[in-house]
Design a protein around this ligand. Structure first.
Ligand SMILES: Nc1ncnc2c1ncn2[C@@H]1O[C@H](COP(=O)(O)OP(=O)(O)OP(=O)(O)O)[C@@H](O)[C@H]1O
Length: 267
């Protein structure tokens, strides 16, 4: 799938020579990656290759050991607190486990960033929160539910509504379909594509889900050997001569996902 982004690829995230380490454990070494305005970039790699660490470096939750992370042309680690927090308002982040406050209703969860970060009055924040709840396909009555009473798919949607609360320009999703059944995962993939198309979002999506890669992602970055081993459209990535890539995309699960995404294929 090639979206509008390809007509005039403009990088909104530029990662250069990124090094991340924890003690002596080097996770990234001289990692480079560009993400273009309006694309859905899928980030894959074996467990522990540093996909979440990369996401956290880009959103400013983790200070890199060295290298630069420019978002909308601004180098995050060098910004003042004020400028960084202004830039961070353009990010919506959906963490791996949803990370909703369990003691707050869905409505209160979604309204939270609008009150705390944007300084809105509660009534205004809740009005906007209701719109976001509808936008992600949750029924209006789910606003009054607590996270513990929701299904996994509804929790993900509620967390997505919160990530969208401040009208972000870039959405970061860390394994959004993990733990969902195939139907729930497929409808979440559709939702992600609809949001990108309707809102013009740029989406940085960490996933293990091959179906998501085949249906939703414009380009895919493969993390391996502490860097981005390859970044391209899927058709090109599948051809890269690397044992992990070959096993991942051409193993049984990869073939099944390919055929699901290409219903007319014969192979
Ligand atoms: N705060 C931390 N302190 C020490 N080590 C960390 C920390 N955060 C991540 N790591 C290590 O960095 C490496 C990369 O972690 P990361 O969570 O980014 O992997 P991942 O590719 O997202 O894995 P998975 O697919 O299993 O979620 C792992 O070895 C992890 O143990």
């Amino acid at each position: 799938m090639v979206g509008k982004w390809s007509e005039n690829p403009t990088p909104v995230i530029e990662v250069r020579d990124l090094v991340n380490s924890f003690g002596t454990h080097v996770v990234h070494k001289d990692l480079d990656l560009d993400v273009y305005q309006g694309e859905i970039m899928g980030v894959v790699g074996g467990s522990g290759t540093g996909k979440s660490v990369l996401l956290r470096s880009i959103v400013g939750l983790l200070r890199p050991f060295s290298g630069s992370v420019r978002v909308f042309g601004q180098n995050l680690p060098q910004l003042s607190d004020r400028d960084r927090s202004r830039l961070e308002k353009k990010f919506g982040v959906l963490f791996q486990r949803g990370a909703l406050y369990s003691s707050l209703t869905v409505l209160e969860n979604v309204a939270f960033p609008l009150i705390e970060q944007a300084g809105l009055k509660r009534a205004d924040a809740e009005e906007i929160a209701r719109l976001k709840i509808a936008l992600v396909g949750l029924p209006a009555k789910a606003a009054y539910d607590y996270p513990a009473s929701l299904s996994g798919g509804m929790v993900k949607r509620a967390a997505l509504a919160r990530a969208l609360a401040l009208d972000p320009a870039i959405l970061f999703l860390d394994e959004p379909t993990a733990g969902l059944d195939p139907i729930g995962a497929a409808s979440f993939d559709q939702l992600i594509m609809t949001l990108r198309n309707a809102l013009g979002l740029t989406i940085f999506l960490v996933t293990h889900d091959l179906d998501t890669l085949y249906t939703a992602c414009d380009r895919v970055a493969v993390l391996s050997e502490k860097k981005v081993l390859a970044v391209d459209v899927l058709e090109k990535i599948e051809q890269v001569d690397n044992p992990w890539i070959q096993e991942y995309f051409h193993g049984p699960r990869g073939r099944a996902a390919y055929h699901a995404g290409h219903p007319l294929s014969q192979e």
